[in-house]
Design a protein around this ligand. Structure first.
Ligand SMILES: NC(=O)C1=CN([C@@H]2O[C@H](COP(=O)(O)OP(=O)(O)OC[C@H]3O[C@@H](n4cnc5c(N)ncnc54)[C@H](OP(=O)(O)O)[C@@H]3O)[C@@H](O)[C@H]2O)C=CC1
Ligand SMILES: CC(=O)C(=O)O
Ligand SMILES: [Mg+2]
Length: 772
């Protein structure tokens, strides 16, 4: 985060749109007067009375069981120190966000304006009826110890100060594995702990309970080594005071095996690092910047195992690996506390996971070819989807076995499945595609590079490594916009077709050759090449770039036409069509044709369906296609029902491998039971359709737009199907995010088309992904 625009990006991220990072959403219908009478007065009185009779029913009728309070007074925010409760709020909201995306736990963040321990305890204790758990955060030592101790004693729900125990659990798992890799025994290692606050003291306590020797630990604070002979020795720090003859960090580091940094940035020098024993272990965990920079540490000691709290280097030792899953497991069995047994179970689950084969999706997420237990992979990555199943289950089991659970899990397989579902997320498919793109980015040309939205999207695409952008347009104009919007696109290739006379001539001759019998003279072809959509399509055709993205400023037809004329359709395909990937709360649903064919005939509907079937398979999703109408299996006659019915008949006859049925109404297609209950003979009666083919452009277009606006589904597309080379057309006025999504699809399209060409189309799926 050292670059200026990164700082601005971080500020924009927080301020743009609805300020902040979280919001509250209702979980019940609120559409009608009836809904409101149930949600509020008079209906709400019924659950109130039930809970008044039996307090435990609060878990049955309210959100308490899934609600965690993230509570801070802002006195030790990251490594930024005592910056106050308001300034700490972005971190607490961030924790809320992480709880939600990693463990589906809802959070209210509460920033308290008090440094008084009694007042803090009184406030939090009074909140017990509201919450299923309390995550104390960024409260400085020594107050944090008393606050947590008293709350644990006085409250009957799990309370955990994450900077203490989350950090201790994760770093202990990493330390066990690092010792194994460096062939050191925890019982023997000499440990230097820089920092003597919340995190440092709790981490040291856990290491001791796992086998480290207290006498082998030297702890250091701002005043130097904490020695037994220190005047006015703080009673908490006294626990780790040493009587060895060391006074400074530098002296302590001499021959030490392990350095634990939980203090402040840049407090460890390379000179001190050099004096450590052979095969040292260094966890520099201060945030946002570690005690020693990663690059400097690994350059100083080749035999080091190095970890930081940051996500941009190997071995991120950060409590994000723990708190979502620890609370998930604890709350799922309604544990009254988080005890030592639960913490140790979490340590073991995390440490063990690092030794198991890493799923492909994790490597894609981090753009890595290979990841296996070793110096650069001592603990799992935060995006590892196995964390929720293994850590939460381990914690829940330990809570039950140690007698602090108030609810029991009996079917552990079902529980694991439930945990897996919690990670579902609407944009899981998009994330996977994005990771796929990053793994092998391709050259994408932007025909409308003189538009600020395109350039903003290019910035993201470049920063994230999704594509290698090439900008088409007037160089000065593009550079002016780059400057105006403070973008950083140094090194990105800019090409002005007006200056590229040789290429223009080459492309014009090509187009003339291709379309001379369609009324295109050489003069017309030359004129067309001044249009960047023609020029860009030719760049793709001639392999100068891999894909073209355009369409932001011109209507769809104007953008697609050049691609059709220059590139044309795939062999054996007689038309193009457009498809939207709708990312709904129930998973992705594909809609087509939403873009190209106005009123397809029966035959055209059949070929559109085969095109869509082929394309959905490319995402490694088995298409279950419903051909939609306003009637169900012959219930009504008319042009549309008859057309769609006939298309289904032909598809069943000529393409029996395609899982398609109809004609049917949209609700029957996507309902779990309507088809089963009324038309059990239907091929789709077992599982709802995931792909909807519309009888005409009107209905497809209206449907996706309504769903996008009212159903809050994200629409990714239109994905252009049937072109021989990747050209993708965004809608007029698309947002930056929509453009980035389209570039992602374009890159993945290139990758998979290339793979197909290489493997000569053995049915692998062009998108090469493994989706559930
Ligand atoms: N990676 C992770 O997951 C986590 C990282 N951390 C990081 O650990 C650090 C401490 O957090 P936390 O324990 O909550 O905060 P506290 O305020 O409770 O403790 C801070 C400690 O750091 C010591 N310290 C500060 N500067 C120096 C220095 N120059 N040399 C030696 N000691 C120093 C302080 O010394 P003194 O007692 O003399 O004031 C104090 O003991 C932060 O940087 C935080 O970001 C925390 C939790 C999790
Ligand atoms: C990660 C964390 O909780 C901290 O640095 O405070
Ligand atoms: Mg913290």
């Amino acid at each position: 985060m050292d670059k200026l625009n990164r700082k601005k990006d971080a500020l924009d991220y927080h301020s743009q749109g609805r300020p902040g990072k979280i919001q509250v959403l209702p979980t019940k219908p609120t559409n009608s007067q009836r809904d409101l009478t149930l949600a509020y007065s008079p209906g709400v009185a019924e659950p109130c009375l039930k809970i008044a009779e039996n307090k435990e029913d609060v878990y049955k009728y309210t959100a308490k069981g899934n609600l965690v309070a993230v509570i801070s007074n802002g006195t030790a925010v990251l490594g930024l120190g005592d910056i106050g409760p308001e300034a700490g709020k972005p971190v607490m909201e961030g924790k809320g966000l992480l709880f939600k995306i990693f463990a589906d736990i809802d959070v209210f963040d509460l920033e308290l304006n008090t440094k008084n321990v009694d007042e803090f305890v009184t406030i939090v204790k009074a909140l017990e009826p509201t919450f299923g758990g309390v995550n104390l955060e960024d409260i400085k030592a020594p107050e944090c110890f008393e606050i947590e101790r008293r709350l644990k004693e006085e409250m009957n729900i799990p309370v955990m100060h994450d900077d203490q125990h989350g950090t201790a659990i994760i770093s202990a798992a990493a330390l066990l594995n690092a010792c194994e890799l460096q062939k050191k025994k925890l019982e023997k290692v000499k440990i230097v702990v820089n920092g003597a606050g919340a995190a440092a003291i709790s981490c040291s306590r856990l290491y001791v309970s796992l086998g480290a020797r207290k006498e082998n630990i030297v702890m250091i604070d701002r005043s130097g080594v904490i020695r037994k002979d220190r005047a006015k020795l703080d009673p908490l720090k006294a626990e780790f005071a040493t009587d060895r003859d060391v006074h400074t960090l530098e002296e302590a580091m001499n021959d030490a095996d392990v350095f634990i940094g939980l203090s402040a940035a840049d407090t460890l020098s390379p000179e001190a690092l050099k004096t450590m024993a052979k095969n040292p272990i260094v966890f520099a965990m201060a945030n946002p910047n570690p005690e020693i920079a990663y690059e400097l540490a690994v350059a100083t000691r080749k035999d080091i195992i190095m970890a930081t709290g940051r996500s941009d280097y190997p071995n991120q030792v950060n409590n994000v690996l723990g708190f979502p899953y620890i609370f998930r497991g604890a709350m799922d069995v309604r544990a009254t506390t988080i005890n030592e047994e639960m913490k140790v179970a979490a340590v073991k689950a995390i440490a063990d996971m690092a030794k198991k084969p890493v799923p492909e999706s994790v490597m894609l997420a981090y753009n890595l070819q290979n990841l296996r237990f070793g110096k650069d992979y001592i603990i799992p990555k935060p995006m590892d989807p196995r964390l929720i199943t293994s850590v939460s289950a381990a914690v829940a089991r330990a809570a039950m076995e140690s007698g602090v659970a108030r609810a029991a899990i009996t079917d552990w397989d079902a529980y694991a499945e439930e945990l897996g579902r919690r990670l579902g997320g609407e944009d899981a498919l998009l994330r996977t595609l994005s990771n796929q793109a990053k793994a092998n980015p391709k050259r994408v040309v932007f025909a409308e590079a003189d538009h600020h939205k395109i350039l903003k999207a290019v910035q993201i695409v470049k920063d994230e490594g999704i594509a290698i952008p090439v900008l088409l347009g007037n160089k000065k104009k593009i550079r002016d916009i780059i400057e105006e919007y403070s973008l950083e696109l140094n090194g990105v290739e800019i090409l002005d077709p007006e200056e590229e006379t040789e290429l223009q001539e080459k492309y014009a001759s090509f187009l003339y050759e291709k379309r001379q019998r369609k009324g295109v003279t050489l003069a017309i072809a030359r004129k067309l090449m001044r249009d960047r959509n023609y020029f860009g399509a030719c760049m793709v055709q001639f392999g100068m770039v891999d894909a073209l993205v355009s369409g932001l400023t011109k209507d769809y037809g104007t953008t697609v036409r050049p691609a059709l004329q220059v590139i044309g359709t795939e062999p054996d395909v007689d038309r193009v069509a457009g498809m939207y990937m709708m990312l709904t709360k129930k998973g992705p649903v594909f809609f087509g044709d939403t873009t190209v064919n106005k009123n397809p005939t029966v035959d055209e509907l059949v070929s559109i369906t085969t095109l869509i079937d082929h394309s959905v398979r490319k995402f490694n999703i088995n298409p279950r296609i419903a051909i939609l109408s306003y009637s169900n299996f012959g219930s009504t006659n008319g042009e549309v029902p008859e057309k769609t019915r006939e298309a289904v008949r032909i598809l069943h006859e000529q393409y029996p491998h395609i899982m398609v049925d109809g004609e049917m109404q949209a609700n029957f297609a996507i309902s779990k039971c309507l088809l089963k209950d009324n038309f059990p003979f239907s091929k789709l009666s077992g599982t709802p359709a995931n792909t909807l083919v519309f009888p005409n452009l009107e209905s497809g277009n209206i449907a996706y737009k309504l769903l996008q606006e009212l159903g809050e589904a994200e629409a990714v597309g239109p994905i252009l199907l049937g072109l021989n080379k990747p050209v993708h057309v965004v809608q007029i006025g698309s947002s930056v995010r929509e453009i980035v999504n389209m570039v992602t699809i374009a890159v993945v399209d290139v990758q998979t088309k290339q793979e197909e060409a290489e493997s000569n189309s053995e049915k692998k799926g062009i998108f090469g992904l493994v989706m559930k």
